[in-house]
Every structure is written in C-alpha cells, then in structure tokens.
Design a protein around this ligand. Structure first.
Ligand code: IVH
Length: 689
C-alpha cells in the first residue's frame, strides 16, 4: 500500500465523503501527535494510557477502512518512544521486551493453552509465578564484579538512555553488592516507581511553589529519571523494585521465583509473588489484588504471570516484542472513552432536576456503565458537553462514574448546545433555577409524581402532621398502588377502608388505628401545617416564624415578597421559594382539599416575635412531663408559641430548662451552669393551664 498525503485543495477527485474522512484523519493525527509529545517528550500526559490507545485505535481503524486515504505522516506508522537526545544512548546487551496483555479469564486460559501447545508433553501445565505489574518505568542496572556501573532506560527496547547518575540517587538501589563480587556481569531489571505518598508530597510542594504538578506517579517517576540535573533527581522519592536477572544469575537458581528470592537476599527490593498452577488460581489472586490495589503504597496496573521454570522460559522463547512465557493480566481500565448519545433530565425526590448522560455502554473499572450523572446545568456548561460528543468516563473502586473530559476536538457536526428544560419532564410544571443555586427545580412540588412520595413522607412525619399510625412503609405501598397520590388523599383513605383491610398484613385493627390517627391529626397548629407542606427552605423554625408573623394561612398565601421579607429570619431566597409555592395552582388545590377534608388550626395571636413573653429566650426540655401528660413535641409547640426557641442541649446561653420527671444529665448540667430550671407546674401556669 502506498500512502498519500491528500492535499484537499488540489484533489478535486475526492468525493465529499472522502474529504470528510481525510478531515477526520487529520484531526486524529493531530491529537495522537499532541499526546505523543505530551507523554514521551514532556512527561506530562493529559490523558490516560487507555484514552491514548483508544485515540490511536480510532485512527488505525479509519486507516484500515480507507487505506487509499491514509496520510504519509500518520503517527500510527511509528511507536513514538524514541529515546531523548539529551542523554547518551546505550544499546542493551539483551533486548528489553515488553509484555503481551490479557484482559479476562478467557484470554488468560487462551494464553496458558498457547504455552502448553509449545511445550513438549512432559512439560505441560507448568507452574506459574505471579507478580504485581508495577506502574513505573523499566530500567536495566548493570554491575561489574558487584559494583554498579550503569543504569539504562528501556527506550525502544534495543537502545535506551544512560541515566546512571540519576539511578545512583535512588536510595534502595545497592551500589556495591558483596555477594556479587565474583559475578563478572550482573544485569538486574526492574521498575523504578514513585510511591503514592511521595508523589502526593511532591505535587503538594510543586503546588505551593506554583510549579507544574505531575499527572500521576508514573509520570512523576519518568520526569524525575529524566532530570538532567542529578541533584534534582536526588530529591525525588523514587524506589526500584527488581523483577528479573538477565545476566549473571547463579547457575543453581532454576526458577523465576528463586531469582526473586536471590535478588532479595543480595540487597534488592522485590515485590511479593505467588506460585500457582491453574488459571482459576491466577484469577483468584488477580481478583484479590483488585481489592487490595488501592491500599498498596504504590500504583499497579495489573498482574504479570510468568512461567516459573527458567529452562521452560527459554524453550518458549519470544516474539519480536514480547516473551511467550509471560503476559500481563491488566486491571480493568478506569478511564474509558465513549460516545454520549443523549442528555436526559431526571427529577429527584425533592424536585431537583439533574442531567443524566446516556452513554454508549462501556466497561469502566470492571463494570458496564451506560448512565453517568452530569450533576447540574453549571457542570454541563463548565464541561461544554453536548449529545453526540466523545467523552472520557472515569470510575475507580466504588466511586460513582463521572465524565472527566469532553473531546471537543472530535465533536461531530450538527451538535446542539444543551439548554435547561423550561418544563418538568415528569409533570410539565415550570422549572426554575433559583439565584445562587446550582440545581434547577420543578415547581410542581405537591403535584409532581416524582416528588409526591417524598412529600407524603414529610407530611406525616412527627414534626409535621405527626400521623404516627400511618407508617412510612404503608404510605409508600398506598402510593405505589395509586390509593394515595397527593397529601390530601391521606384524608380520603377512610373511603378505601375495605381495600385497606385486604392489604397483606394490615388487619382491621391496624386499619382502624390508622384511620383514627389520621382523624386526630386534623386538629393541628398553623406552624405544623406550614412545615408539613414541605416548602423548600421552610424548616420548623421558619414555619414557626411565618405562623407567628401572618397569624393564619390566607394572609401568608397572599403575601408578596416584601411582606414575606418582613418575617423574622427570612431572606430573599426563601421568600421567593415561599412566594412561588403559593403561586402554583396545584399547590393551592391540594391545600384547599386538605382544609375541606377538615384539617384545621387555631389562629395564632399575631404580633412580632419581640412582643411575645419568651421572645429571645432559648429553652431546653428534659425528662417526662407527667402532670400534663404532654409529649415533648407538644411542650415545644407551646414554648414556641410563646416566642421561645427550643434547643436540644444545655449551654451557658440556655435561658431555661423545662425539667419533667426523671431528668438526667441535662438537669445536672443546667444546675452546674446556673441555668434557670422550670418544673412542670410552673410551666403549666405559664401556658395558662
Ligand atoms: S517482566 C519480558 N515484571 O511492564 C518480561 N515487567 O508491559 C518483561 N512491568 O516494560 C518484563 N511490573 O516495565 C515484568 N513484575 C513485572 C513488571 C513488569 C511492571 C512493566 C515493565 C515492562 C512492562 C511491559
């Protein structure tokens, strides 16, 4: 195949489609080149290896489909890791090979089958040795009569860079090996890496100084080894892990595992290894290492499986770039590129509208990912992401997958910017994006099916309508059965009595208890009712303040923003949320229905909080209120009606402690702080009983 550089301006013979292909190729070529340079020359990759591979593969597959359009300068023709010119070049005595990869159990058994095919029957099913695949740089160390003489990088496998001076600064590399004095030439190979802790420290220091940080420990290690000034390299926290002896191994050592033990004996650091016989055992160890991976002091990106017997390794030999006796079992990629097919909007249980990216399904970190949260509209704008884009998705450990990069370079024509929906995709109510908030919200609140379940649970809760007899579990089943949709439907449950009795495990007795509790809840207080509505930003205290300020529901519902702002402790955001809540027709209808069903309260004596007898005071309640039989929540309602704030713990700021029977540590604390203690009788007098 002859490659051509297609000059599009001078190529009238190209069809429109071919032109498009060439444009795409040129884009991919520019990308691959850029990342080649970032990785190999600058030691500063901006994307993961896997993303890089995927980019390269897209280019290769395009070239395979259109060989006639393949560009002469395509980087797919070369491997990119040419040695740096600044260090002197050294040819390896024995080429430094790379490793083939397997990615799953099937690949692994296939690898073992190929090994068996090449071994004569007596040697079949050899023992294997498994090591960690350390994520650093391969380095060859040469010793003459036990003295370290040279350190060389892998380079292109034939020729590497002489980094002797930098290697000498690595603390755990022995410079003199007594036990190897009689060995003419000893060549040890292994991985130079930067432990995670050192990497973090290095980056923190760089950040403090305003210097560039490294993308990951491997690149920090690479950058450090390639420092032209050994003094700089000396300050980098590097470590060497030996994994093979390529020259000078004592003849009585016959196994790879034996070589590792020997290396350790003579002063090298080696990582642990495991001996196994079957693919199942490899798989088990591999899976246990995936679990352990995050807690290791250095990064590993897979396991390496080696035929343990060195004589068999020799028999098996090597292909051009990789041995037949070993392979890497890579861990699942944690960052993967895929296409974002669509962006959909989901409505959460509290009305927040969040964008969800629908992906072309991909394997990330070992699981298939087809949805990814895009968090909020601001995130979409920050990423500048559109349906149709190619994105990188990252997932590590149990972390929720996220989009870490949008490939704007690869964006197809005709994509549209994303806009925030104006109406809720579930109920059609208008969507608002409150100022200062990241999340857009559906204004359907009590009406929106996506929010109803949450609204129901809140409505019956203890501090709201306090319908104890109607448990959350039943409420959810009624909701799922369609018997209860809005909070108002709770007060029509008695119309379904027959149906309820037939509910599994819900007998006549429980139904009648439930209906009684519902009936009793009809008499409530205004502040509880306001709180029960579940208006965003309106907690118990705000509800209390609103009840106090407006005295009854109609003036609150009709209040404009300015009037709402006059209420104690209410700011613009909450005022707006309240205002909007009472403007939504659905909400008004539900409130009317609740009142028609008999929900009622006493008007609250109006006045500002300041006029109330306990205004400005903070009370704490403890013990059991025996005389009145009041629950603590009821006592709290009373105290709040008198203007007090009620808190859960006693401090020097507490104005008074209301102490019932069997008061414990709170009473002791109040006494020691000299806080006023009010007994139940005095309290009953205060509230006029
Ligand atoms: S053995 C011919 N063992 O992985 C055998 N390599 O993808 C080649 N690596 O260039 C090396 N940990 O930099 C071996 N325990 C280990 C390894 C390991 C990491 C690296 C090494 C090599 C690359 C091949």
């Amino acid at each position: 195949m002859t490659k051509t550089n297609t000059d599009m301006n001078n190529a009238p013979s190209l069809t429109a489609e071919q032109r498009q292909v060439v444009t795409k190729m040129r884009t991919l070529i520019a990308e691959v080149r850029k990342h080649n340079n970032a990785y190999y020359v600058m030691d500063e990759p901006v994307i993961s290896d896997n993303e890089y591979d995927q980019l390269r593969l897209s280019l290769i597959s395009l070239e395979e489909r259109h060989p006639e359009l393949t560009q002469t300068d395509s980087p797919t023709a070369s491997v990119g890791d040419d040695p740096l010119p600044s260090f002197s070049q050294v040819e390896h005595d024995i080429p430094m090979l790379s490793l083939g990869n397997v990615f799953n159990f099937d690949d692994l058994t296939e690898f073992m089958r190929r090994v068996n095919d090449r071994l004569n029957p007596a040697n079949q099913n050899p023992g294997y040795e498994i090591e960690m695949k350390l994520d650093g740089l391969a380095v060859s160390l040469k010793y003459l009569k036990g003295r370290f003489v040279r350190g060389v990088t892998r380079g292109d496998g034939q020729t590497g860079e002489d980094i002797t001076q930098n290697v000498k600064t690595i603390n755990n590399i022995p410079l003199v090996i007594e036990a190897a004095r009689d060995i003419e030439v000893l060549e040890v190979r292994g991985e130079v890496l930067m432990p995670k802790a050192g990497f973090k420290r290095l980056n923190r220091l760089a950040e403090e100084k305003g210097d560039k940080t490294f993308a990951n420990p491997r690149n920090a290690a690479a950058g450090s080894l390639r420092q032209l000034d050994p003094a700089v390299a000396a300050n980098r926290p590097l470590a060497f892990y030996a994994y093979s002896v390529n020259q000078g191994l004592p003849e009585d050592i016959k196994l790879q595992s034996g070589a590792l033990s020997w290396l350790q004996q003579i002063g090298f650091t080696v990582s642990r290894f495991e001996l196994v016989n079957t693919a199942e055992q490899v798989q088990q160890y591999y899976e246990s290492m995936i679990e352990e991976r995050d807690s290791l002091p250095f990064e590993i990106d897979g396991m390496v499986i080696k035929v343990d017997e060195l004589a068999l390794q020799n028999q098996l030999g090597a292909l051009s770039r990789e041995p037949r006796w070993a392979t890497a079992y890579k861990f699942p990629a944690e960052t993967v590129m895929t296409k974002l097919n669509a962006i959909e909007w989901q409505v959460g249980r509290t009305g927040q509208i969040t964008p969800v990216g629908k992906l072309e399904p991909v394997q990330v970190g070992g699981v298939t990912v087809s949805n990814v949260t895009l968090h909020n509209f601001g995130e979409i704008q920050r990423l500048d992401v559109r349906a149709g884009d190619t994105v990188s998705v990252h997932r590590a450990g149990d972390v929720i997958p996220k989009v870490t990069r949008v490939w704007h370079e690869l964006r197809p024509d005709n994509t549209q910017p994303v806009t925030l929906p104006t109406h809720c995709p579930v109920c059609g109510s208008p969507v608002v994006l409150p100022e200062g908030e990241a999340l857009a919200r559906c204004t359907g609140e009590l009406f929106c099916p996506a929010q109803q379940q949450e609204a129901l649970i809140h409505f019956v809760s203890r501090k709201a309508m306090d319908i104890d007899g109607l448990g959350e579990r039943w409420l959810i089943s009624f909701f799922e059965q369609g018997i209860v949709k809005t909070v108002a439907d709770i007060y029509h449950l008695h119309e379904h009595q027959d149906e309820l009795v037939n509910f599994e495990k819900l007998g006549e007795k429980s139904v009648s208890n439930m209906l009684n509790a519902i009936e009793e809840s009809k008499k409530t207080t205004l502040s509880r009712f306001i709180y029960a509505l579940g208006i965003r930003g309106v907690g118990e205290t705000t509800a209390q303040n609103l009840a106090q300020h407006f005295g009854d529901l109609p003036p609150l519902m009709q209040a404009n923003i300015d009037q709402l702002l006059e209420t104690q402790d209410i700011g613009t955001i909450t005022a707006e949320l309240i205002y909007n809540f009472f403007r939504a027709q659905h909400n008004i209808e539900v409130i009317e229905e609740l009142q028609q069903a008999g929900v009622h309260w006493d008007k609250v004596e109006q006045g500002t909080m300041d006029d109330l007898p306990l205004a400005g005071q903070t009370w704490v309640i403890t013990g059991t209120l025996v005389t009145s039989g009041m629950s603590r929540d009821e006592a709290k309602d009373k105290l709040q009606a008198l203007g007090a704030k009620v808190s859960g713990s006693v401090s020097s700021k507490t104005s008074a402690l209301l102490a019932g029977e069997k008061a414990g540590s709170k009473l002791t604390r109040a006494e020691s702080l000299g806080v006023r203690v009010v007994l139940e009788d005095e309290f009953l007098q205060m509230i006029g009983k």
